[in-house]
Design a protein around this ligand. Structure first.
Ligand SMILES: [Zn+2]
Length: 228
């Protein structure tokens, strides 16, 4: 999509923060994507050092000092562009939020808390390979909470929970490396414009993130029970 610079009238891509011809800051486009802000394709394996450099470069160009003598409108736009840029950087630099963001752009609904808020849902969403572990963990957590109410200390139980926590943290680390492999699938499918492979990569990432979120909540529950 093309648009025109409000100041000099040169043609520019919709969503570009600055005009290439006159350098003036532009009104932020409502539908600009975080990838676009950084001139990046919608790929997941990205050079985070390059992202950081681009972020600081754009931040400097948008700094309020630069606009001290500009019109009120330009000051306003520079603030809005800065806030958009900060959100974009924060989201893209983290592997998990980057993946979730891309999936949302691709039309996938990601509900952060669907396994955290509703107890009944949580039960039904236990990943099948974790059923036994989760069953045992829930009993141990229940016992731990009881102990805390009565002031009883059970070193063995505490130890079991610490061990479970370490194990689940290991599973999260595994998910993170698996996710990197899936990025490569997505990026390659995008390059090849292979829709079936793109769709397959999306589904696999969604399942992996669901499982990771579930395990992350387990770690959180154990931490709470241990009083960490
Ligand atoms: Zn211009």
């Amino acid at each position: 999509m093309k648009t025109a610079c409000w100041s000099c009238g040169s043609g520019l891509s919709a969503g570009a923060p600055f005009c290439d011809a006159c350098g003036k800051v532009q009104n932020p486009a409502a539908d600009v994507t975080y990838f676009y802000m950084f001139g990046l394709p919608r790929k997941l394996a990205l050079d985070t050092a390059g992202l950081e450099r681009a972020f600081y470069k754009l931040s400097r160009k948008l700094h309020p000092d630069v606009y001290a003598r500009a019109s009120e409108q330009e000051q306003q736009w520079s603030l809005e562009q800065t806030s958009l840029l900060n959100d974009a950087y924060r989201t893209l630099k983290n592997p998990i939020t980057r993946t979730e963001y891309l999936l949302r752009l691709e039309g996938v609904e990601i509900d952060q808390d669907r396994s955290a808020e509703n107890g009944a849902k949580k039960e039904s969403r236990v990943p099948p390979d974790l059923l036994e572990e989760v069953f045992e963990l829930n009993m141990q957590l229940e016992e731990m909470r009881m102990n805390q109410k009565t002031g009883e200390d059970d070193p063995q139980l505490r130890q079991d929970l610490e061990r479970a926590k370490t194990q689940f943290e290991g599973q999260m680390a595994d998910s993170d490396s698996q996710l990197q492999a899936l990025w490569a699938n997505w990026d390659a499918a995008l390059d090849a414009q292979d829709e079936a492979s793109q769709s397959g990569a999306k589904d696999t990432m969604v399942a992996l993130l669901d499982r990771r979120r579930y395990v992350r909540n387990l770690v959180r529950d154990v931490n709470e029970a241990l009083g960490a």
